[in-house]
Design a protein around this ligand. Structure first.
Ligand SMILES: [Mn+2]
Length: 400
């Protein structure tokens, strides 16, 4: 049995107002082709299908186009959970028109039933698949109220109770969990949003020991295996780099199930479009551009997107125009030209981004403490509301 594990498609996500739908279409076609040629039995999509809870018509059209190709050209199953960018209701909405034998979608943690558990059977091989959609602390709280005991209701113990409430797995049948959250010690890719569960920075891996054989995770955009065995814990990452600072190497994972044994194969994806980030100053700018043009591999399906960071010693007019003129004869798009005044850029290299040192959350805590010095701890509900607002603000900012 073979499953293809991928997530964080973020259909409709833009980069400096430029659409990525062409590249996303290439990726989706690549998936269909891979399922056909490698005889994949199931596709696991681990959340952040869309970049926003109400995706654009184009992004929605792309997804429906994919679903129709998936249905016509393959006989694979599709298991889909929501991510923090998705509206759970929205991704569940098309379910009535999808064949229930092939499409299993879980958008919201049901407060009464807990996660969906399904068995996939291919020839003599069986696999249990547990679908845990993206959840907030409040969803866990709701679940935990319905399933008591409520006296010790920390997020962690509620989550532990949720995992322990799953039906016993059958002897010799491997079990896989799909989830979209921060687990263990991960390396962020740079373009994912902060997530928040009250009292819990990341979900400890020990909860899953001896309960699962594979954790199919989404949310982190840099591909990485957190644990190689018992269970295998893996983030395949996003299929495209969403920022200039992200590395180009992107992956999907193939999960092999053979005689009850589960193993992982990591597959590097083609690059459909290169993202190139260049650094120069006003005297080297023309040379840096020429050098990069000579190095450019024009065989990629789409011409590169560029950004240039140019440090200047005094305000200088016309640099972006000069850069654009040099690119005039090519199809390269210069999406971002940033000028940094010399001392400004020096400061940046010495103290990389003070806003990272003092995150918005830290600043909020400091502000709260200054307003209410007698009771300086931010109440959990207020913090959750603040972080949710922050998430929304960031998303709006990224899409504008
Ligand atoms: Mn996510």
């Amino acid at each position: 049995m073979k499953l293809l594990h991928t997530g964080d498609w973020h259909l409709g996500k833009k980069l400096f107002k430029h659409s990525r739908l062409d590249e996303q279409r290439e990726f989706l076609d690549w998936i269909i082709h891979k399922i056909e040629t490698d005889k994949i039995d199931a596709l696991l999509m681990t959340g952040d299908l869309f970049d926003s809870p109400r995706p654009s018509d184009e992004a929605l059209g792309l997804y429906f186009d994919f679903l129709s190709k998936f249905q016509e050209r393959t006989s694979a199953m599709l298991y889909l959970i929501s991510g923090n960018h998705d509206s759970g209701r929205f991704i569940e909405a098309p379910t009535p028109v999808l064949s229930a034998d092939r499409f299993i979608v879980s958008g919201m943690l049901a407060p009464h039933n807990g996660p969906l558990c399904k068995t996939l059977k291919v020839n003599d091989e069986e696999l249990e698949i547990v679908l845990l959609p993206y959840f907030r602390s409040i969803d866990l709280e709701q679940w935990s109220i319905n399933h008591g005991p409520t006296d010790e209701s920390s997020t962690l113990s509620a989550l532990e109770a949720l995992i322990n409430s799953l039906p016993q797995s059958r002897e010799g049948i491997p079990r896989l969990l799909m989830a979209h959250h921060l687990f263990g010690s991960f390396m962020p890719g740079g373009s994912e949003q902060g997530l928040y569960l009250s009292g819990l920075e990341t979900i400890p891996l020990r909860l899953f020991k001896q309960k699962f054989d594979y954790l199919a995770l989404g949310h982190i955009h840099a591909p990485q295996t957190l644990q190689k065995d018992s269970p295998i814990i893996h983030y395949p990452g996003s299929p495209l780099p969403f920022r200039f600072s992200e590395k180009n190497d992107k992956e999907v994972a193939i999960v092999h199930v053979e005689k009850g044994n589960v193993s992982l194969e990591r597959i590097v994806l083609p690059i459909w479009r290169e993202l190139v980030s260049l650094k120069a100053n006003q005297t080297t700018l023309a040379r840096v551009i020429q050098d990069q043009l000579e190095k450019t591999d024009f065989t990629h399906k789409f011409q590169p997107f560029w950004e240039i960071q140019c440090s200047i010693s005094a305000p200088t007019a016309g640099l972006p125009d000069m850069a654009r003129q040099l690119l005039d004869q090519t199809e390269i798009e210069l999406l971002n030209f940033q000028t940094l005044l010399q001392d400004e850029s020096e400061n940046q290299s010495e103290a990389p981004r003070s806003r990272n040192t003092y995150s918005t959350e830290n600043l909020f805590e400091a502000y709260y403490a200054s307003r209410f010095p007698d009771n300086p701890e931010v109440p959990e509900k207020l913090r959750a509301a603040f972080l949710e607002l922050l998430e929304r603000g960031r998303r709006m900012n990224e899409n504008s």
